[in-house]
Design a protein. Structure first.
Length: 131
């Protein structure tokens, strides 16, 4: 510890900060607590957070809630995408039916029927994914 840091720490003590018997994990200088109860290292100018079992449990709760929220957002996004896909497929169904209505070639009608069948299967498959 250099002279400047020692003088800085002495000034912190005079101004009402408390030096704790814990050291900074970065620079190994003593950790101080200000009047607001915040912990900091005067040498590397960092806020310090001491994690105990209660804090760890609180952090785990926060992380679980964040994961839950992200999952809900992803599920909502997934549902939106599925709905958009289903709507697009329904539009294609209508389009194919209009074309097929005018078609007179049996082979071409068979192709349209096969395509319609595949689109219907996709719609039903996607509808089940939403539930």
């Amino acid at each position: 510890m250099d002279k400047i840091n020692i003088e800085k720490m002495a000034e912190l003590l005079r101004s009402g900060n408390t030096m704790l018997n814990k050291s900074c994990p970065e620079c190994n200088s003593p950790i101080f607590k200000n009047r607001k109860g915040e912990l900091f290292c005067p040498s590397c100018n960092r806020k310090i957070l001491i994690i105990n079992k209660t804090t760890q449990q609180e952090i785990k709760k926060i992380q679980k809630n964040q994961i839950k929220k992200k999952t809900q957002i992803l599920n909502n996004d997934k549902d939106d995408l599925i709905n958009q896909t289903i709507n697009s497929l329904k539009e294609k169904l209508i389009w194919i039916l209009k074309i097929m209505k005018k078609e007179e070639q049996a082979e071409q009608i068979k192709k349209y029927i096969k395509l319609l069948k595949e689109i219907y299967e996709l719609i039903f498959l996607l509808s089940d994914k939403k539930l």
